[in-house]
Design a protein around this ligand. Structure first.
Ligand code: MLC
Ligand code: AMP
Length: 473
C-alpha cells in the first residue's frame, strides 16, 4: 500500500519544475492545486475517460484522476465513431474528465479548471490498483484495453530514471500524443516522478524541438519518424548539440538516421524498447554503449529470453534470432474483458510473449529484428492492426475483398497500404480511394487511414485460400 504521490513525486516535493504543455505553463504547486481540485470532484475511485488532446487540461485531468485513485482511460482525440463506441462500450467509464469529444455518449462530465486550487487529500493505493486502461491494436479485431497497475508504472518509471540518470535537473521536451505509453507514461508521469521539467511542444516538428533545446531542455523523446525529420533539418538538429540525452523508441530507428544525427548533433541517440503491455523493458543506459540498431539492456527487475517456435531456448550470442519473451514488475495485469486474449500471450511458465523477434548479445544488449506477424503495422510509431482496417474497409459497400499491409517507408517506417478488390468496375479510382481513406478515418482514427489504396482484380492466395501478404509489395 502506498499513497498516490509516491508515483507523482514532483507533486509532493517542495518544488518540482514547471510543466508547459503546448504553450500553457503551470508551476509544480499550481499543477498540484489544479489536479487536487479535479481529484476532490471524483469521489469513489471511478473509471474516467480523458479525451487526450495535447493540452494542459489533459495533463491536469490525468494527474487529478490518479491522485483520486481513479482509473484513467485515455481516448485518442482523433478516434472515429466506431472506435470511440468500442472504447467507451468496453471500458464503461463513469464520466469524462477534461475536454470532451463532440460525441460524448451521454456520460457525465467533470470540467478541468486550470486556475482552481485545492489542498490534496492523500488516497491510499494498493500496488495492484489500476492506474490506466490503455487501448492498443492487435493483429485482428478491435483494440484491446491494456490494464496498467500503479506498481507497474512505478517500476517502469524508476527503471528508466535509473538507466538514464534522470533527475530534477532535467527538462524533458517532446511532442508525442498523450494517449500512449511513450507520450503519456514516460513523457508526462516521468518528469512528475523525478520532479524535473516538461515542455510538450504541441506537434513534434524539428523547429519546435530546436526551440525547446534553445530554451534549455536537456532530454528529448521521439519516435523514429520525429528523429528522421530532425535529421533532414540540419539547421534545427544543430540546436540539440547541448542536450544531455536524445531517446528514440516505439519503432526501430533506422541506422542512417542514427548516423546523420551523430554528425549533426555530436550525440548518439539512445534507443529503448517496450510495449503498451510491458511498458519500457529494455533501454540504452545513459552511461552505456550506444550502437545503431541496438536498444540496450533490460531495466532493473526485468528479465528477457529468446525462444524458438517450439519453445526451446535460442542462444544469446548476438546473432541467433528468436521470439522475445519478458517478465518483471513492469508488466500489465491483462486485457480488459478479454481473458482469452490474456491467456494467449503468457507462456505456461509465466513469461509474456512480446510478438517481437530479437537477438540478445552475451553482454545483455538487445537488437529488435522485427515483428513475428505481418498483421501488426508500425507507422510513425503507432501500432496499427491490419485486421481492424480490413474489417472497416469490408464495411464499405464497394469493397468485395481487401488486404492491408505495412510497406517500407523512409519517413514513417511503414506506411499503410490497402489492396482492394472492388465489387464492380471502378469509374474513378482516385475518387473511390479517397472515399475509402475517409471511411477508415471516420470509423477508426486519423492515423489508421491507409496512405494508399491499390485496386486489384484478385488477392494472391495459397491453396488453402489464405491471402499471401508477403506477395503484396
Ligand atoms: C496522414 N495524413 C493523411 C493520411 N495520413 N492524409 C490523407 N491520408 C492519409 N492516410 C495527413 C495528416 O492528417 C497530416 O495533415 C499530414 O497528412 C501529415 O501527416 P503525417 O505524415 O502523419 O505527419 P504527422 O501528422 O505529423 O504524424 C507523424 C507523427 C505521428 C510522427 C507526428 O505519427 C506521431 O505522433 N506518432 C507518435 C506515435 C506514438 O506516440 N507512438 C507510441 C506508442 S507507445 P495535417 O493537416 O494535420 O497536417 C509504444 C511503446 C513504446 O509504442 O515503445 O513507446
Ligand atoms: P505499442 O503497443 O504501441 O506499445 O507498440 C509496441 C511495439 O513497438 C513493440 O512490440 C515493438 O514491435 C515496437 N517497438 C517499440 N520500441 C521499439 C524499438 N526501439 N525498436 C523496434 N521496435 C520497437
Amino acid at each position: 500500500m502506498g499513497v498516490v504521490p509516491e508515483l507523482l513525486t514532483a507533486l509532493t516535493a517542495a518544488a518540482g519544475r514547471p510543466v508547459t504543455i503546448a504553450g500553457t505553463t503551470l508551476t509544480s504547486t499550481e499543477l498540484r492545486g489544479a489536479a487536487a481540485a479535479v481529484a476532490a470532484a471524483l469521489p469513489g475511485r471511478p473509471r474516467v475517460a480523458v479525451h487526450a488532446t495535447p493540452t494542459m487540461e489533459t495533463v491536469v485531468a490525468v494527474v487529478g484522476a490518479l491522485l483520486a485513485g481513479a482509473t484513467v482511460v485515455p481516448v485518442p482525440p482523433d478516434s472515429g465513431t466506431g472506435e470511440l463506441r468500442h472504447l467507451l462500450g468496453d471500458s464503461a467509464p463513469d464520466c469524462w474528465v477534461g475536454p470532451v469529444p463532440p460525441e460524448a455518449h451521454g456520460l457525465p462530465h467533470r470540467a478541468v479548471d486550470l486556475a482552481a486550487r485545492a489542498p490534496y487529500a492523500p488516497v491510499q493505493i494498493a500496488d495492484d490498483d489500476l492506474a490506466f486502461v490503455l487501448y492498443t491494436s492487435g493483429t485482428t479485431g478491435l483494440p484491446k484495453g491494456v490494464l496498467i497497475t500503479h506498481a507497474a508504472l512505478t517500476a517502469g518509471l524508476d527503471g528508466l530514471v535509473e538507466a538514464w540518470a534522470w533527475t530534477a535537473d532535467d527538462v524533458l521536451a517532446h511532442g508525442l500524443p498523450l494517449f500512449h505509453v511513450h507520450g503519456l507514461v514516460l513523457g508526462v508521469l516521468g518528469p512528475l516522478r523525478v520532479g524535473g521539467g516538461l515542455v510538450h511542444v504541441g506537434r513534434p516538428t524539428p523547429d519546435r524541438y530546436a526551440d525547446a533545446a534553445r530554451a534549455g531542455a536537456t532530454l528529448f523523446f521521439g519516435v523514429p519518424t520525429v528523429w528522421s525529420r530532425i535529421a533532414d533539418a540540419p539547421e534545427h538538429a544543430a540546436a540539440l548539440r547541448d542536450a544531455r540525452l536524445l531517446v528514440s523508441g516505439s519503432a526501430a530507428l533506422p541506422v542512417p538516421v542514427f548516423t546523420r544525427l551523430r554528425e549533426l548533433t555530436g550525440l548518439e541517440v539512445a534507443e529503448r524498447y517496450g510495449m503498451s503491455e510491458t511498458l519500457i523493458t529494455v533501454a540504452t543506459r545513459a552511461d552505456g554503449r550506444r550502437e545503431a540498431g541496438w536498444v540496450g539492456v533490460p531495466i532493473a527487475g526485468v528479465e528477457t529470453r529468446l525462444r524458438d517456435e517450439h519453445g526451446a531456448a535460442v542462444p544469446e550470442d548476438g546473432e541467433s534470432v528468436g521470439q522475445l519473451e519478458v517478465r518483471g514488475p513492469t508488466l500489465f495485469a491483462g486485457y480488459l474483458n478479454r481473458p482469452d486474449a490474456t491467456a494467449e500471450v503468457w507462456t505456461d511458465d509465466g513469461w509474456f510473449r512480446t510478438g517481437d523477434v530479437a537477438c540478445i548479445a552475451a553482454d545483455g544488449r538487445h537488437r529488435i529484428v522485427g515483428r513475428a506477424s505481418v498483421d501488426l503495422i508500425k507507422s510513425g510509431g503507432y501500432r496499427i492492426g491490419a485486421g481492424e482496417i480490413e474489417s472497416t474497409l469490408l464495411g464499405h459497400p464497394t469493397v468485395a475483398e481487401c488486404a492491408v499491409v505495412g510497406l517500407p517507408d523512409t519517413d514513417l517506417g511503414q506506411r499503410i497500404v490497402a489492396f482492394v478488390v472492388p465489387r464492380a468496375e471502378v469509374a474513378d479510382e482516385a475518387a473511390l480511394a479517397a472515399e475509402l481513406v475517409e471511411h477508415v478515418g471516420a470509423e477508426l482514427s486519423a492515423h489508421k487511414r491507409p496512405r494508399e489504396v491499390r485496386f486489384t482484380d484478385a488477392l494472391p492466395r495459397n491453396e488453402m485460400g489464405k491471402v499471401q501478404k508477403k506477395l503484396l509489395t
